[in-house]
Design a protein around this ligand. Sequence first.
Ligand SMILES: [Ca+2]
Ligand SMILES: [Ca+2]
Ligand SMILES: [Ca+2]
Length: 190
Amino acid sequence: MGGKESVAGGQTVITPVQTHVWFKRFMTECPSGLQTLHEFKALLGLRGLNQRANQYVVQLFNIFDKNKDGFIDFLEFIAAVNLVIQGKVDQKLKWYFKLYDADGNGSIDRKELLNIFMEIQAISGQNTLNAQECTNLVFEKIDVNNDGELTLEEFIGGLEKDSKLLEMITKSFDLSHVLKIIQNGMKQDT
Ligand SMILES: [Ca+2]
Ligand SMILES: [Ca+2]
Ligand SMILES: [Ca+2]
C-alpha cells in the first residue's frame, strides 16, 4: 500500500537491453546459470524463515521452476519477471492459482487457502489480516457451487468480478517487492 514505488505499476515493457541487464545480474548471482532454492532465498534476503514462511518460498520457487529440474534458469527467471511486470490480470491469476493449489490437484480447498494466508503473514510479519477470516470471505464470495473447493474457473471468474477481493489477493501475493529486491541489484546482504 501507500508510498510504494511499484516497479510493476506501470505498463513497463522489458526491452532487449533490459533483458541483457537482467541477464548480467542473474549470471553474477548464479555463475552456473542455475539458481538453487538456497540462492533464491539469499537473493530475496530471506533468512531464518519459520516453517510456514519457508513453505511459501519453496512453493514460489517451484512455480518459477517450470521444467521442475530443481533450478531456476535464466529463461524461467525472465518469464517470471515478465509476468510480474507486464502480465495481464488473468495470467497473473492463473499463476496465483497454481501457487495456492499446493497439492496440485486442480482446485483450491479451504486448508490450502488458509495455509497460504498464514504463510504470507509469517513472511511479511503482518498480523493485520486474519487468515481464517480471509479464507472464509473468499469462499463465501467465489465458491459458486459451495463444495468447499475453488476451481480455476471459480477462482478467476470470482476475482475478476469482485475488485475488492481481487485487490486482497493481489496484495497478499504482491511480487513487486520481490522484483524491487531483484532490481536493486540482487543484493545478498541486507
Ligand atoms: Ca528449471
Ligand atoms: Ca488442491
Ligand atoms: Ca466450488
